[in-house]
Design a protein around this ligand. Structure first.
Ligand code: AVJ
Ligand code: FE
Length: 437
């Protein structure tokens, strides 16, 4: 785990905040002001809302809670409270205009960096300050909104505003087996030591997991297409009842952004139309579609504990590690993270990112739906605010694991938990399948 050396933590917090801001700037400077204030989809906020919301959360948690400073603009807190205004209503609020929103976020950041220099980060400090937690939390928050803004870019009409190099190809030597056996037995799930782990990842606890088989890579578009062409979307047998209702109500026939034209399957990605690539992990499927595919294939989604055991359990030491490859932070050789690429890599890429059993691409590429509801771990304590995780626990939300190409490394690790509604399709989500041993 990252050292508890205060100077190293201060440096990591500074780097993480700066990396997030560079990305926020790229996402909001790549379209004009009209596009920043427009509603590209009722599912999303205008980009200028995300920008000022990021600044406002930073002001509340760093300047006010850590620094004890007075509110800079108390009158805007309500506008940027995600619980006061649903996304669809945000364009009609008296939001800060683009130039004002940029200036506000920049002013907050200047003060936050001054505060980071002055704040003691040692073990005995206040919980928000200990190991720089609040600074790490705010960097993760901004990166999560950067991913949200990238989803807005994917939903917007018009020509491409963003470009990126393609991810690396699969390793040349030999194909992976399609699945591996993960032996049964207990493992440690969650963490009590990762300094910037969010409340829902805590505390570490033992879980028993029976032996199971797990796909070595996420399900690709070619395999998913076989389900589509086998009439998968027209056969109630494969679907959970609510999933079948969703398919009927919206006439779904394929993943979001796909369409069939002149006998060919096409999809639109960030303003570019291309043919659906057989060998790339499928994206933009809801939990219901992932669940239906798995049933059609005679398999099932892995549970959240199965996913984490496969990603972290080291059969040699018996210990749970931070990542599939060990305890070292992600690098560009290990995982497709950080929006360096605008698509997932094909199966067999990132050989240095595999687990000891040979499971690949668990971190990065696509968020992976799991079978599990989003629930608190035994001993969970909401921190520092109930609205991050606590209010979302329950059977309404399904857990996603592993992060996508759109997730920064600060907001991704073997213990990181994401969640969403099972109907959600615009997120960068795919899945892999499992079966009982
Ligand atoms: C954890 C990704 C579900 O975007 O709704 C951002 C993260 N929480 N601001 C979301 C979050 C508050 C959250 N997810
Ligand atoms: Fe937020």
């Amino acid at each position: 785990p990252p050292g508890v050396d205060p100077q190293a933590l201060r440096r990591s917090a500074f780097d993480a905040l700066e990396r997030a801001r560079a990305r926020t700037t790229a996402l909001t400077d790549s379209v004009d002001d009209d596009e920043l204030t427009a509603q590209h989809s009722p599912l999303m906020s205008p980009l200028v809302w995300d920008l000022a919301h990021v600044g406002n959360q930073e002001e509340q948690w760093l300047l006010r809670a850590v620094g004890g400073q007075e509110a800079m603009r108390p009158e805007i807190d309500g506008l940027y409270d995600a619980f006061e205004h649903p996304r669809a209503s945000r364009p009609s609020l008296p939001l800060l205009a683009p130039a004002e929103a940029r200036r506000y976020a920049r002013d907050v950041r200047g003060r936050a960096l001054d505060l980071l220099e002055r704040t003691p980060l040692h073990e005995g400090g206040r919980p928000l300050e200990r190991a720089g937690f609040a600074f790490g939390m705010i960097a993760q928050h901004e990166q999560q909104h950067d991913e949200t803004m990238l989803i807005t870019h994917q939903l917007r009409a018009g020509p491409a505003a963003l470009t990126a190099a393609d991810p690396p190809p699969p390793e040349a030597t030999g194909a992976l087996p399609s699945e591996v056996l993960v032996p049964g037995g207990p493992f440690t799930m969650g963490t009590s030591t990762e300094p910037w782990a969010l409340d829902n990842e805590r505390p570490a606890h033992r879980r028993d997991v029976a032996a199971f088989h797990l796909d070595t890579s996420p399900v690709n578009c070619g395999a998913y297409l076989r389900f589509v062409e086998d009439g998968g979307y027209a056969d109630a047998r494969w679907w959970a009842p609510e999933g079948w209702a969703m398919v009927r109500e919206h006439d779904l026939t394929a993943p979001l952004f796909w369409r069939r034209e002149a006998g060919q399957w096409l999809r639109r990605r960030f303003g570019v139309t291309e043919s659906v690539p057989d060998d790339e992990p499928v994206l933009h499927v809801s939990w219901y579609e992932a669940d239906a595919y798995a049933r059609w294939a005679g398999r099932r989604l892995p549970t959240e504990s199965e996913w984490e055991k496969a990603a972290r359990h080291d059969p040699v030491s018996g210990r749970s590690r931070r990542y599939p490859w060990g305890d070292e932070d992600p690098t560009p050789e290990r995982a497709n993270l950080g929006q360096r690429h605008l698509r997932p890599a094909r199966a067999g890429a990132y050989p240095q990112g595999r687990t000891p059993l040979g499971v690949g691409q668990l971190i990065g590429d696509v968020w992976e739906w799991t079978a599990s509801d989003f629930l608190p771990y035994p001993g969970f304590v909401a921190f520092p605010y109930r609205e991050y995780s606590d209010v979302f626990f329950g059977p309404g939300h399904k857990v996603l694991r592993g992060g996508s190409f759109a997730v920064d490394r600060v907001a991704c690790r073997g213990t990181f938990r994401n969640w969403d509604l099972p109907v959600r399709r615009q997120i960068f989500a795919g899945f892999r399948t499992a079966r009982d041993a």
